[in-house]
Design a binder for this molecule. Structure first.
Ligand code: COA
Length: 178
């Protein structure tokens, strides 16, 4: 991780790697850092990673990957966003906003017209503040053993292009959730 002087404003940057070590650097190594273990889901790792370093330490992360989905009868792709994390001691200072802005700037170059994330219900207002909208219909995701399950977390979308409108109809991921 490059040294960032503590006087410099933090910026989001692409990370060369993001493993359990980097996640632990942000969130600590405690159990269930995202508070979603009770959902009992298996998640996909993300393929591209963005982070914020401050004072030589990784303090925020957001991951991306392309996902094939269907909305109603229409097959399309979305950019899945996951692993959004900010170190506990620097929360509430706009770092989730900053790292998501960096990740979404890249997502706009990836092709899909929308980004999608799953979150616990208490985080819906936070993501709403960042321009994400909750989906109210059924969302089906794949799980190991050829199972298709209803997503128990909230699903939120944000447009990646100005004229992008989310189509109507139930959402189905052709993959594990991210
Ligand atoms: C969720 C998390 C990433 C938020 O990080 P953060 O750095 O505190 O978030 P920010 O400071 O960037 O806040 C984002 C925006 O939401 C707003 N916000 C925060 N709490 C809010 C709430 N309860 N209602 C509405 N808006 C809220 C902030 O004011 C900010 O908006 P602003 O920039 O216009 O002021 C962080 O708490 C975390 O890492 N939690 C543990 C891991 C986790 O659950 N990740 C989410 C996975 S989906």
């Amino acid at each position: 991780m490059p040294e960032t002087p503590s006087s410099a404003a933090p910026v989001a940057m692409r990370l060369p790697r993001y493993t359990k070590t980097e996640q632990d650097e942000i969130l600590g190594g405690g159990p269930d850092p995202f508070g979603v273990d009770a959902a009992g889901l298996t998640w996909l790792p993300k393929t591209e990673h963005f982070g914020v370093a401050y004072d030589g330490r990784l303090v925020a992360h957001a991951g991306l990957l392309r996902l094939p989905v269907a909305v109603g009868a229409a097959r399309t792709e979305v950019v899945g966003v996951g692993g959004v994390a900010v170190a506990p001691d620097v929360r509430g200072r706009g770092l989730a906003r900053l790292v998501l802005a960096g990740a979404l700037a890249h997502a706009r170059t990836m092709g899909p017209r929308h980004a999608l994330l799953f979150c616990r219900p208490p985080l819906v207002p936070l993501y709403g503040r960042l321009g994400w909208h909750p989906l109210d219909g059924e969302v089906l995701v794949e799980q190991p053993g050829d199972r298709l399950v209803a997503m128990p977390l909230r699903t939120m979308v944000t447009p990646l292009h100005e004229d992008a409108l989310w189509p109507s109809g139930p959402l189905r991921l052709f993959s594990l959730p991210m």
